[in-house]
Design a protein around this ligand. Structure first.
Ligand code: PLP
Ligand code: MN
Length: 381
């Protein structure tokens, strides 16, 4: 018997393996497997030869199947942001997970300690109280150890202590806890990722790497070894990789890409762009010939925090207005769409868009090849 709150997923099947893409119902989230697999390979090729390994960010896809594919391609493990995401990933067979974030509150900290008993878990801190809470929870949970990284603010002004002395103080506090191990520094610069100019992104990461190296040297002077310096995203990972400071790279969006990353400057010679592999599949449900078409994918199918979705096809038509269940495409002289015609949209921002969908409909050519559940969908706690 199904609990009353469970969605009636089985009463309607928007897609099935083997189905022609044109028969997949909308709105749905599609993954182009050729592009997705090319992105997995391209990332490993791009970082080969640098002294840094990929620890792919699973916040992008929230899907253990993809996490395991990233590891099979060479990633050392994955990151996530939330305890519930970490639980879903470990339950899905991923052994090595970094919660690249601070976790506060007794319920969550107890879950971290419980999860550390059955996985290779690591976590970030930027306050002494977090360290004490983790240490207490670990001793209550059993005899395992938890790897703890000190997060430093390398310029993004979000989480993290100031580089230098404050980070050393926290590392010392971690080191004296018998069930905690100081694992290194989290030095992620989030706001650098969508700085449009490649040169500006390079400059911001040069400064971040300098602050991370300075903190590593301060640790060394205090007699504390710093095994790991981790950070980076899709917009900058080659700069961290080339810094000889970072040894782990946390890029996530590279598997899917989105319209916001598409607007960045890339360079075929020094920083190649990844392919769009994620699309919102939508149907033309109403139209005014010669003027506009209305599609069935709106705010509940594609996030707009980083801009409206784009039409995947090259056209003068523009997706220009969005509401809960509708998207308005102004034709701007482009051809009329047929009623019932299905279109691919490139979402503005991949991560929150994925979090709106129960499953990823994976296709190759024009056939559905697999359907992967977004297992950690809604895992925000
Ligand atoms: N690392 C951390 C801590 C993040 O918060 C994020 C994304 O927000 C990433 C890595 C991955 O960045 P991206 O998806 O832009 O590659
Ligand atoms: Mn993002």
């Amino acid at each position: 018997d199904r609990p009353a709150t469970r969605k009636p997923l089985m009463s309607h099947t928007p897609a099935a393996v083997g189905m022609h893409l044109s028969a997949v119902d909308t709105p749905a989230l599609l993954v182009d497997l050729d592009a997705f697999e090319a992105n997995l390979r391209q990332m490993q090729q791009a970082i080969a030869g640098f002294g840094a390994q990929l620890r792919a960010h699973a916040k992008t896809h929230k899907c253990p199947t993809i996490a395991l594919a990233q590891i099979a391609h060479g990633a050392v493990g994955v990151c996530c942001q939330k305890v519930s995401e970490a639980e879903a990933l470990v339950d899905g067979g991923v052994e090595d997970v970094l919660i690249s974030n601070e976790v506060v509150g007794p319920t969550k900290v107890a879950r971290v300690a419980a999860l550390a008993q059955r996985s290779k878990l690591s976590i970030c801190v930027d306050d002494e109280q977090q360290i004490t809470a983790l240490a207490d929870a670990m001793s209550a949970a059993g005899n395992g150890t938890l790897d703890v990284l000190v997060e430093i603010d390398v310029g993004a002004k979000r989480c993290g202590v100031q580089p230098g002395a404050e980070a050393v103080r926290l590392a010392e506090l971690i080191s004296v806890q018998p069930q905690l191990r100081f694992a290194g520094l989290q030095a992620y610069h989030g706001s650098a990722q969508h700085v449009r100019s490649l040169d500006e992104r390079r400059a911001v990461i040069a400064k971040a790497a300098e602050l991370a190296a300075f903190t590593r040297d301060c640790l060394q002077a205090a007699g504390i070894e710093c095994p790991k310096i981790t950070g980076a995203g899709t917009g900058t990972f080659l700069f961290e990789a080339g810094s000889s400071v970072y040894n782990e790279l946390q890029a996530g969006s590279y598997v899917f890409m989105d319209a916001d990353y598409g607007a960045n400057e890339w360079s075929d010679s020094s920083f190649p762009r990844f392919k769009n592999s994620l699309f919102v599949w939508t149907t033309v449900m109403s139209r005014v010939p010669g003027v506009r078409a209305v599609v069935d994918a709106g705010l509940k199918s594609s996030s707009v925090d980083s801009g409206l979705p784009l039409l995947a096809e090259q056209t003068s038509a523009v997706y220009s207005n969005i509401s809960d269940e509708h998207g308005v495409i102004q034709l701007n002289g482009a051809r009329d769409y047929e009623l019932g015609e299905k279109l691919k949209l490139i979402p503005g921002h991949c991560d929150p868009t994925v979090n709106m969908h129960d499953q990823l409909i994976c296709y190759r050519g024009d056939r559905v090849e697999a359907i992967w559940p977004v297992t950690a969908r809604g895992c925000a706690w």
